[in-house]
Design a binder for this molecule. Structure first.
Ligand SMILES: NC(=O)c1ccc[n+]([C@@H]2O[C@H](COP(=O)([O-])OP(=O)(O)OC[C@H]3O[C@@H](n4cnc5c(N)ncnc54)[C@H](O)[C@@H]3O)[C@@H](O)[C@H]2O)c1
Length: 357
């Protein structure tokens, strides 16, 4: 099985496609056999090394003619479901972007179709790649914080509030499904579950649209129909309270994704911009006594830890296709996160807590 050739194709050749091409292409024995996108190919974002790859404006034609083993789905969210089912029908494994789908029902259908086809399905929960997140996960799993007592997670951006940002598919609920809540919130939902090992019991949330419209590329003002910011409260396994806040319109914030966890024996925080550092206060003496200090010390991740934890996503699906035992975020993880997202949305409709189990 080692290094059997893997024929890779990509549907949707925009910003994130380059990450799939790079990360999946970093695995030995991968050949890119086709790229598909209905837009004018002059507007595709094709990395220089892939300009000679056959281009298709019809994804089904590409699948028929190139017969890939693995298909990356890098389109706006609305198309993840249809292209996943299509790629599975053409006998391919699938590496899909997040969120997995527009609804829980779609996500469940994708996971069921994957299982029935006997193929692998990966979802690009890319923050699982961050070294400090991986290290924190190991600390918690080894019990170094003791029993987890509380979790707080924020993911804040400012880009949508900037006048220079134009209206795009991300602001159209019929194409994106969700705004900050699905785009950033889904990373938070998966991140907390993956980092702490705790699952969600119930959720309640609130989202809003703080910017009603934006001009598009033609200068025409278009309504923003996706949420610009949201907050939600969840109860995790064992009754642990986890709080979340996300925004695409928080001035001054670039891409601020932070998870903080307190356990009986210490507190840690990780930040996606600090891949080789974490904030950590632990140790028997320090946590035995109460303190009025709030500056949790910044620690360097041990230098020999860098790169630990196996291959990164989305590329880790390649050794898995070859039968290697590697951990990667799967469709099941995508479905789990989608259920929590669905519960938060349902809670907004009903004004009550919604079970996530
Ligand atoms: N994992 C991450 O951290 C991460 C980061 C950015 C984006 N994403 C996800 O990646 C996906 C794409 O985002 P992006 O930033 O690359 O968007 P983008 O706008 O840069 O690219 C989307 C591409 O899809 C194409 N497309 C539109 N409709 C299509 C269709 N019916 N068939 C085939 N192609 C179609 C567009 O022409 C465009 O080239 C989204 O689901 C987004 O949530 C994930």
């Amino acid at each position: 099985m080692q290094n059997i050739p893997v024929r890779h194709a990509v549907i949707g050749v925009g910003s994130i496609a380059a990450i799939h091409l790079r990360d999946i292409g970093s695995q030995p024995g991968v050949t890119v056999v086709g790229l598909a996108d209905p837009a004018d190919p002059a507007r595709w974002k094709i990395p220089a090394e892939h300009t000679a790859v056959p281009r298709y404006q019809d994804a089904e034609k590409m699948l028929r003619e190139t017969q890939p083993d693995l298909v990356s789905i890098c389109t706006p969210n609305k198309f993840h479901h249809g292209f996943t089912l299509l790629a599975l029908r053409h006998g391919a494994h699938v590496a899909c972007e997040k969120p997995l789908a527009m609804t829980v029902a779609e996500a469940a259908e994708m996971e069921a179709a994957r299982a029935a086809a006997g193929k692998l399905g990966g979802i690009n929960f890319s923050y699982r790649n961050v070294t400090s997140f991986r290290f924190a996960r190991e600390l918690i799993a080894r019990g170094e914080l003791g029993r987890v007592l509380r979790v707080n997670c924020v993911y804040l951006q400012s880009f949508l509030g900037a006048p220079a940002t134009l209206h795009s598919w991300r602001n159209d609920a019929s194409l994106a499904g969700f705004g900050a809540l699905g785009d950033l919130g889904i990373h938070m939902i998966d991140g907390v579950r993956w980092l702490t090992g705790l699952d969600y019991r119930r959720a309640v949330g609130l989202a809003q649209i703080l910017i009603p419209e934006k001009p598009d590329a033609a200068g025409v003002n278009r309504a923003i129909t996706t949420d610009t910011n949201a907050a939600f409260l969840t109860e995790l396994t064992g009754g642990v309270i986890a709080t979340f806040e996300t925004s695409q319109v928080a001035p001054g914030y670039g891409n601020f994704f932070r998870i903080e966890v307190s356990g009986e024996r210490g507190t840690l925080a990780v930040h996606s911009d600090h891949a080789d550092e974490l904030w950590l206060r632990t140790g028997g003496l320090l946590t035995h006594h109460a303190t009025w200090r709030t500056d949790i010390p910044l620690q360097k991740i041990p230098t020999d830890y860098a790169g630990a934890g196996g291959p990164t996503t989305p590329g880790a699906i390649v050794p898995a296709i070859r039968g290697a035992k590697v951990e990667f975020p799967t469709f099941a993880d995508g479905l789990r996160a989608q259920r929590v997202l669905g519960a938060i949305i349902e809670s907004m409709r009903t004004g009550t807590w919604v079970a996530t189990e």
